[in-house]
Write a protein that binds this ligand. Structure first.
Ligand code: SF4
Ligand code: SF4
Ligand code: FES
Length: 358
């Protein structure tokens, strides 16, 4: 079959950028990486890109196709070629381009290093048989995070990093959760203190692009949510983001809805609220602020309270409340034509999903 690609080329010496089109004859089974190899072998040996394992393990071949980050060795081309579409291939976003499709990964590794990606067992002694025992339940907490191959696809698509390049970002924070959630690590609070600082977990805008693009099912946004939940559970909550999240819970539990008029003082403190009084009065004059007294209570507030109690009864505080129990890769199904799509978590016959009624 004929496979055509447009590739953004970048020459670091001249600083020139150019979109060039290539077409090669390729077997049906080819991936994007195979097509790049064919182009390099047969058409233009100067094309630069990274690769190593060719089997979705090493994380080297991250790049963008039609504006979305992919692993080139995981992306089948047959369906695209048959449709007549000519995809545009470009380097990953949020990282400096070195040449063509090669990006400088140094900023990525700096952030990974900042998470102290090693176990800190402290004075914890192994049990009698000289092994640390970690239960399946404990492992489930970091089941997905442990699958990261450091490809950078999530970083490429991160909106927060685009506006703040110092934001720790989805890959580093997922790595952080991999150690915060490890039952053997004894530096949990110290780690959370660091991850809660400026450019840390609360700067994520929850756009979920990282989750959407991660080729390994790591779900980095879930990892960040787990870090937030663990921070609140362990009292690492001086950041405004943590206070904001805590107020959401209190507000939903007590009245069944979000009392926004109290959100600013609860989150930013009284002084900051006074500074915003003029803005608040303006909103009130235009009928945008409901009267705080008596507080409006949602008709079905009992539902919200039951949900709160259910989570408490299940002892699912902190990260445990976000663990969905699914095996990450089991949710990614590969189609005949290649590519991957997610399937809904399996529901066991006869087992009802937990809900607040009853
Ligand atoms: S959810 Fe957060 S970490 Fe993930 S891409 Fe969006 S802003 Fe970045
Ligand atoms: S979290 Fe996923 S997308 Fe991000 S670096 Fe790890 S494997 Fe790649
Ligand atoms: S070449 Fe290793 S992940 Fe693609």
């Amino acid at each position: 079959m004929d496979v055509a690609l447009k590739i953004w080329r970048f020459d670091p010496e001249s600083g020139e950028r150019e979109l060039r089109e290539y077409e090669v004859d390729a077997p049906e089974w080819v991936t994007l990486l195979d097509v790049l190899d064919l182009i390099k072998d047969r058409v233009d040996g100067t094309l630069a890109y990274r690769k190593s394992c060719r089997m979705m393990i090493c994380g080297s071949c991250g790049m963008r196709m039609d504006g979305a980050a992919v692993l080139a060795c995981k992306t089948r081309m047959a369906e695209i070629a048959e449709s007549g579409h000519v995809p545009v291939v470009s380097p990953m976003g949020n990282l400096p381009v070195v040449k063509d499709l090669v990006v400088d990964m140094d900023p990525f590794w700096e952030k990974i290093r900042a998470m102290k990606p090693w176990l800190e067992p402290g004075y914890l002694e192994p049990e009698e048989d000289r092994e640390f025992h970690v239960s399946q339940e404990q492992t489930n907490v970091i089941n997905k995070e442990a699958l990261c191959i450091n490809c950078g696809c999530c970083v490429s698509e991160c909106n927060s990093m685009e506006s703040d390049p110092e934001f720790l970002g989805p890959a580093a924070l997922a790595k952080g959760m991999r150690f915060v959630g490890d039952a053997r690590d004894q530096q949990t609070v110290e780690r959370l203190e660091e991850y809660n600082s400026e450019h840390g977990i609360w700067d994520c805008t929850r756009c979920y692009f990282c989750q959407e693009r991660c080729p390994k099912g790591v779900d980095p946004r879930d990892a960040i949510a787990k870090l937030g939940a663990e921070s609140v559970r362990l009292g690492v909550d001086r950041d405004m983001g943590a206070k904001h999240a805590k107020w959401f819970v209190t507000s939903a539990k007590t009245t069944g809805w979000l009392r926004e008029t109290e959100l600013v003082p609860k989150t930013q403190g009284v002084v900051s609220s006074i500074k915003q009084m003029k803005f608040a009065m303006n909103l009130a004059r235009h009928g945008k602020v409901p009267p705080p007294f008596p507080p409006h209570v949602a008709k079905n507030v009992k539902e919200s309270r039951k949900l709160y109690e259910l989570v408490k009864q299940q002892d699912r505080d902190g990260a445990a409340g976000i663990v969905q129990g699914e095996k990450a890769l089991a949710r990614i199904e590969f189609s005949e034509a290649g590519g991957a799509h997610r399937i809904a978590p399996e529901v066991e016959p006869g087992v009802e999903a937990p809900h607040a009624e009853g």
